[in-house]
Structures are given as C-alpha cells and as structure tokens.
Design a protein around this ligand. Structure first.
Ligand SMILES: Nc1nc2c(ncn2[C@@H]2O[C@H](COP(=O)(O)OP(=O)(O)OP(=O)(O)O)[C@@H](O)[C@H]2O)c(=O)[nH]1
Ligand SMILES: [Mg+2]
Length: 450
C-alpha cells in the first residue's frame, strides 16, 4: 500500500453527469502519460493549464479539455501529477481512465492520492484525517473545524509543548547531577511551568471534544409511551412526513433515524417504538430496539401526552429516564393540560407538535442539554483520533501526578519520571511516522480519486 513506484489514476469528481469531470494522475510515469495522451500546442508547464485534445492509447481522440500539470513536489501528492478536466460525462471520464490504464497507469485505491501526499510529507496525519472530515462534513461548524486541522497546526503545538517539557527535565537533571554548581529550579516557577503545560493540553482536549460534537453530532432518542406524538414530533422537526403517524397506539415498530442541524451542530434524532408493558411479539421486538436507542443516545427526549393525567406507562418512562440528560415534553396542549398541571415551571416544555414556538423551545432545550447551547465553533487545531485523545489523556495524568508531588512540597527531582512519561506520551500524539494499521484506518474513509 505504501509503494509509490506505480503511477495511479482515478476520476476525482463524483459519479454522474456534471459540468466537468476531473481525472487525476500521480506518479513517476505521469509525464510520459501526459505526453502520450494529451496533445496541445504548448508544452505542459508546472502549475499551468493547457487546452488540448485527450486521446486514447491508440491516438484516437476522446475529448477536448484542460490539462493541469504539477512538477514534483508542487502538486497535492508531492509527485509529478496531471489533472485532466474533461466534459462532465461519466462515459468520457471512464474512457480517459481506461486509456491511462492501457498506457501503463494503475487504478488508484480509495484515498491513495492523499496517502501519497502524507508519505511524501505534504501533510501530517491530523491534516490527512481533516481532509476526510471536510468531505464528510454535514454542517458548517463541522467544515470549519475540519479546516482548522488542515494546516497541520496540532503537531506543531504538541511539539512545542514537548520541547518545554524537555527543557524542564533537563534543568532538573542538571541540578540533580551537579548539586553544587547548578541551583535547583525555583519550586514556584517549576509548578507554574508544569501547570501551564497541563492547561494548554486540557484546552486541546476540550477543543477535541467540541470537534467530536460537530463531527459526529448529538444523538437524541425520542422516547415515550405509545401514541404520545413521538413520530409527529420527528416529522415536525424534520419538516417532512418521514415517519408514519396514526391514532393507533403502537404505530412505530422500528427505530427511524434522521438528522437536523441545530445552531450549526448535527442532531441525530431517533424516533422509537412507544414503550408499554403488554405488547405483542413484533411490538416487543420494537421496544427492544427502543431500549438500544435509549442506551446509545446522549440526550433523551421524553414525549408524553400532557392533555390527560399521566398514564402508568408515561410515569414509568419518566422514572426510567430520571438519571439521564433529558428534555421533557408534555404534548397535545391544544387538547388540554391535565397531565401538565402543577409541574414546576421551566423544567418541562408544555406544547404541541403542531406549534412552531413549541418546536423552537424543544430545539433550544436539545442544544442546552446536548452541548451547553452555544454554537459550537472551532477555529483552532484540535484532537481528532482516539490515539491523540489517549496520548494527551495519559500525558495529563502524568503531569497531574507531578503537580501533586510539587504541591506536597516533596523534592523536585521526584517528578522527573512523570515528566518523562508525559514527554513520551506527547510523542505518540504528534507521531509523524505512524504504522500501517493507523494509516489504513485513516485512508479507508476516503473515496477513490481523493
Ligand atoms: N391534538 C394533538 N394531536 C397530536 C399532537 N401530536 C400528535 N398528535 C396525534 O397523536 C396521535 C399519535 O401520534 P404519533 O406521532 O403516531 O404517536 P407516537 O408517539 O409516534 O406513537 P407510537 O408510534 O404508536 O408509539 C396521532 O393521531 C397524531 O396526529 C398534538 O400536538 N396535538
Ligand atoms: Mg410513532
């Protein structure tokens, strides 16, 4: 997979018809392929576009279009690379790729262009993952967060923190080795140094959690007794009739998942089968899925019929979700409020799935409970991979042990081991050389041609 002696080719634009289609070629034979399959009046020059005719391996014209040429290491991959822009017909683009392969190129694997860019030092791993995140982004916040990691600033920040740790360790070691000549570091300054490194790491971690939020979204399970109006709520929030709604309790049997964007963050709504004790076999299977959705959700949106005194089933669901981050919705207020009467104000939302103000109040509550309500925005480089989270977490543990030792007034050289541990962990977070498995994990997310 890491072999770069082949020249690879692929269509880089999405399948189907479009204004233009782009075919990418990268590798040592790119120049030879260009001179064989692209005919123009002017020769190809680094980073210039030329207009001409694309021909197949027998010299038969396929299309007229633009060729962009990149001398290594200037293009995306860092290799000699060619981009052919042809008319946006899938037939033409496929024919161009076929001709390139007939002339000696090989079809690229998904993400292989970006993998080569990484192997050629054009971007680091966080940046490579950011490319995939940017393509996958489902909201503006997610796109901005991905862009923040494209510059590769995370590795730079981690390396700078590592260098500061190394300086402290050296100072301590020198004082320990030559106690008569080198004065030990001032304990107050030492503690301050350790604590500021820790607080900067914590910020990276916090930003990483915000990044997770905007990337993966917040899962919200809509649960409640049958007929409470859960599916009606899903439809109303989506603005389309996605789920079947009926006055017959037990209408929804399977979980239904749809996404909406709330204040820039993706909210994954999961409509579920109503929970009740005496259900037939099929319904019971549905309720089993409800429990799974409930377990996997960050926020629980409990819907009950508030127009009547609460049913046993409604009370059971309220009890069951007591310990969860939840939003309580007493529905059908247009029919009455017998169930909602006497409730402490502010704790529940009383309203109707047919009322815009109720829907607004519900999305506000989801944002508040789900992520504190602010529009999540991330313009700084931040942690993304589990490997980065683990390494920073372990480094923070070591630094907090060191800080405890210092605040207990113990000799400063006792913290050297912990600082060295933190130093090593930060090395994992900024790992510039990653193993094949990590690379495969990252590049498996890409489409062909990227
Ligand atoms: N009056 C009134 N009726 C509502 C409201 N919201 C939903 N309904 C009605 O309540 C009935 C049940 O709605 P659903 O959305 O199917 O209820 P559900 O909770 O998904 O029910 P199950 O799928 O069976 O668990 C339907 O007849 C809806 O039209 C509301 O705000 N006011
Ligand atoms: Mg339903």
């Amino acid at each position: 997979m890491n072999d770069r002696s082949d020249t690879i080719a692929a269509i880089a634009t999405p399948p189907g018809k479009g204004a233009i289609a782009i075919v990418r070629v990268s590798g040592p034979q790119a120049r030879a392929l260009a001179s064989r399959l692209f005919r123009s009046r002017r020769p190809l020059r680094n980073r210039y576009a030329a207009y001409g005719t694309i021909v197949d391996e027998c010299g038969v014209a396929i299309d007229r279009g633009l060729a962009l040429w990149y001398d290594a290491p200037h293009g995306y991959t860092g290799e000699d690379a060619l981009e052919l822009q042809v008319h946006g017909s899938p037939v033409v683009a496929r024919e161009v790729v076929r001709a390139l392969i007939a002339a000696g190129a090989r079809a690229a694997w998904p993400g292989e262009f970006t993998r080569r860019a990484f192997l050629n030092g054009k971007l680091d791993l966080t940046a490579a993952a950011a490319v995939a995140d940017l393509i996958d982004a489902e909201s503006r916040s997610a796109a901005r967060a991905a862009l923040a990691n494209l510059g590769g600033g995370l590795a730079r920040q981690v390396r700078a923190l590592r260098a500061r740790l190394a300086a402290i360790v050296e100072e301590l070691a020198a004082a320990a080795d030559f106690p008569d000549e080198v004065p030990g570091p001032d304990p107050v300054a030492l503690r301050h140094g350790v604590e500021t490194i820790a607080s900067e790491l914590k910020r990276l971690q916090r930003d990483g959690e915000t990044g997770r939020l905007v990337r993966e979204g917040v899962r919200v399970a809509i649960v409640g007794p049958p007929n409470a109006g859960k599916s009606s709520l899903l439809n109303a929030l989506l603005g389309e009739e996605r789920a079947l709604v009926s006055e017959v309790p037990g209408t929804t049997r399977d979980t239904i998942e749809e996404s909406i964007v709330v204040r820039g963050a993706v909210v994954r709504l999961v409509d579920t089968a109503g929970i009740r004790a005496h259900a037939d076999r099929l319904e019971a299977a549905g309720i089993e899925r409800t429990r799974r959705a409930l377990a996997g959700a960050r926020v629980v949106l409990v819907v009950v019929d508030g127009s009547q005194p609460l049913s046993m089933q409604a009370r059971a669901v309220l009890r069951e979700t007591e310990d969860r981050e939840r939003v309580l919705f007493y529905n059908k207020a247009d029919l009455g409020d017998a169930g909602a009467r006497g409730l402490p104000a502010g704790e529940v939302i009383v309203g109707s799935t047919r009322d815009g103000a109720t829907l607004q109040a519900l999305t506000d509550a989801i944002a508040r409970v789900g992520w504190g309500g602010e529009t999540p925005d991330l313009e700084r480089p931040h942690l993304v991979s589990a490997r980065e989270f683990e390494a920073i977490g372990a480094a923070l543990d070591a630094l907090s042990r060191a800080a405890t030792t210092l605040s207990a007034g113990d000799p400063a050289d006792l913290i050297v081991g912990d600082l060295q541990r933190a130093f090593a962990e930060l090395g994992h977070a900024s790992a510039d050389a990653a193993n094949e498995e990590i690379l495969d994990g990252i590049f498996a997310r890409f489409c062909i041609g990227k």
